[in-house]
Design a protein around this ligand. Structure first.
Ligand code: PRT
Ligand code: ZN
Length: 287
């Protein structure tokens, strides 16, 4: 039976998180070093390290069965691939930005203007949909400097914190696409029942890893007469675990909470008499 081949970014912004997701899902690869293709010792999979721009094509043509890549690249490349999962990291957006000195008054401002971008297909699609006639200048890198050197009137580029736009005296005026890292699959998967079943196993693992993200395991000691109040604060997935302590009148209460409300919950629990509160990482969560 052949291995599931997964394409991921060789180096760059998505490499570390892609590798971490695979490792947490039990897909171990000995240090790939400078290898282009590396076989996993723990799962019937091999990893193909590519530039992100090439991942949708590799998956679309069947050189890889799956890929981990930014949704922006998937949209731009227009390959026959499907988004199987949104992965919840690598967030950014593709936006139109104009010089801060421009008198921008709505998307019509772009009529007759020159827009620099590395994403010409997405941009053309947007302009077509809005009925705007503008010229699209494809530039491979440093799109943000194009207006200041007279190469363009505006840019269409990836924005994350907005710092790059600010440094180049540009203002974001229209968010066209929201993006994050996605898992994509291609046509090669559907012709191989073994690979489809391995994909099922892989997705189960990815979902368990992703569900555990942002979750914390809480355990504490609580007087029995305050248990009900504490359970209202940390209701857990089905219901929290309660175990009696050796000391009569006290219990140990266990629950799982979202990290972003952790401190509020901890303070509320202290206020109802919880003691010895322990907060632990949740590594996997299987629902
Ligand atoms: O070598 P390879 O071709 O594989 O990598 P690359 O240089 O083309 O891509 P890379 O590693 O920079 O980005 C990979 C993916 O990360 C992108 O396709 C996006 O899906 C995602 N991503 C998330 C980003 C950003 N955030 C990001 N901020 N990609 C690029 N940027 C750049 C952007 O181009 C701009 O220059 O960062 C700048 C803007 O950032 P802020 O924070 O100043 O707004
Ligand atoms: Zn790239």
């Amino acid at each position: 039976m052949s291995n599931l081949r997964i394409a991921l970014q060789a180096k760059g912004r998505l490499n570390a998180d892609s590798t971490a997701l695979l490792r947490e899902a039990g897909i171990n690869v000995e240090d790939p070093g400078r290898k282009f293709l590396a076989k996993s010792s723990s799962f019937p999979a091999e990893l193909l390290y590519l530039r992100d721009d090439d991942i949708p094509r590799a998956v679309g043509m069947g050189a890889a069965d799956l890929g981990i890549v930014g949704y922006n690249e998937v949209l731009e490349r227009e390959e026959p691939v499907e988004v199987v999962r949104h992965l919840g990291w690598g967030a950014c957006h593709l936006s139109l930005a104009v010089p801060s000195s421009a008198q921008y008054d709505g998307p019509e401002w772009f009529s007759g203007k020159r827009i620099a971008t590395s994403y010409p297909n997405i941009l053309r699609g947007f302009l077509r949909e809005k009925g705007i006639s503008a010229s699209v200048h494809q530039i491979a890198g440093s799109v943000e400097v194009a207006p200041s050197v007279g190469l363009a009137d505006a840019v269409f580029d990836i924005v994350s914190s907005g710092g790059t736009l600010l440094r180049n005296s540009l203002v974001e005026v229209y968010r066209v696409v929201e993006s994050e890292a996605v898992l994509i699959s291609g046509p090669s998967l559907h012709s191989d029942a073994g690979k489809e079943s391995d994909l099922g196993r892989l997705l189960f693992r990815f979902d368990s890893v992703m569900q555990s993200r942002g979750k914390k395991y809480l355990l504490m000691n609580i007087p029995d007469d305050r248990l009900e109040e504490a359970i209202r604060i940390v209701p857990a997935m089905r219901s929290p675990t309660v175990l009696p302590l050796a000391q009569r009148g006290w219990s140990s209460l266990h629950s799982v909470v979202e990290e972003d409300v952790l401190w509020d919950k901890v303070q509320a629990l202290k206020a109802v008499g919880a003691e010895g509160i322990l907060v632990l990482d949740v590594e996997k969560l299987i629902l």
